[in-house]
Design a protein around this ligand. Structure first.
Ligand SMILES: C[S@@+](CC[C@H](N)C(=O)[O-])C[C@H]1O[C@@H](n2cnc3c(N)ncnc32)[C@H](O)[C@@H]1O
Length: 267
């Protein structure tokens, strides 16, 4: 098919289903170009928490290996950050199964985790099975408090200037990430508080510009230099005290290897 026929076919399909336009507008290549135009001086950098002494021995539990699960290394990174920076109050946007909440709970004093309420998920047309999976791992944990609401309209007043680490893992659209990051900045207990975003990479190596655009738009310029992608994981992190960093290099030779043991735990 030549280019003109392809264009006509594409236009026909878009006229029939205008929502298809989102596939173009949300295409990572398009978003990367937008990012590079908007932030021409930013050179994405990565830090490697798996070189920290705390990373010698890690246990990730619980881990479901189900659709939408974070990578093992994401939960490992959250645990490591909580331990290294002695996080007491951890707050996250996006509970789902409660997997991230349950992974950090043993290492902090209190966990607050916010999610859209079940009835909202139902109104949005989500399946009952998906809704029922919410809070599965976190519902019985003594130091986990579940909060319900839309992060855009939730009353954050009681949590402002109260949190040591804020994990943003709700709606991953650029606009929502920008809004949640602006909220997270207000939730920081001190200037030393840490921000972590999930899905700032699309896999262990590639950046995800849809999320990065939201982060960089929300963070004040002077904080940009301490923003890192997390090596081996999908997270990005703002570390106020800085970290050893390197440039992103796709298809680099592995600089470390891990050994995983799997243990089947009764539910
Ligand atoms: C990727 S999942 C969270 C996974 C969880 N952090 C983990 O690692 O185990 C995202 C969750 O955010 C919720 N969510 C999406 N948009 C939201 C919003 N605006 N406010 C609150 N929760 C939201 C969804 O219902 C979904 O359960």
């Amino acid at each position: 098919m030549n280019k003109v026929s392809k264009l006509l076919k594409a236009l026909g399909l878009i006229l029939q289903r205008p929502a298809l336009l989102n596939l173009i507008l949300k295409d990572e290549e398009v978003l990367q170009r937008t990012f590079e135009k908007e932030f021409p001086h930013i050179k994405l950098q990565q830090m490697d928490p798996f070189g920290w002494p705390e990373a010698q021995q890690l246990t990730i539990a619980p881990y479901a290996f189900l659709s939408g699960s974070s990578m093992v290394t994401d939960f490992a990174f959250l645990q490591l950050a909580c331990r290294k920076y002695q996080v007491e109050t951890y707050l996250e946007i996006g509970t789902w199964r409660g997997e991230s909440a349950a992974n950090v709970a043993p290492f902090v004093k209190e966990v607050f985790t916010l999610n859209l309420p079940d009835h909202t998920l139902l109104q949005m047309g989500m399946s009952q099975a998906y809704i029922d999976s919410h809070r599965f791992f976190s519902k019985d944990l003594a130091n986990v408090q579940h909060l319900f609401g839309d992060s855009a309209t939730f009353d954050w007043t009681p949590y402002q200037q109260n949190c040591d680490l804020i994990f943003i893992d709700g709606d991953h659209s650029t606009e929502a990430v920008q809004r949640d990051t602006e909220t997270a900045l207000r939730l920081r207990k001190t200037e030393k508080s840490i921000l972590v975003w999930h899905d700032a990479k699309s896999d262990g190596e590639y950046p995800r510009y849809e999320v990065l655009l939201g982060i960089y738009r929300a963070l004040p310029k002077e904080l940009h230099q301490n923003l890192y992608l997390v090596k081996h994981a999908l997270c990005a992190v703002y570390l106020p005290e800085g970290a050893e960093a390197s440039a992103i290099q796709i298809n680099a030779l592995p600089n470390r290897q891990f050994e995983l043991g799997l243990k089947n735990v009764n539910i």
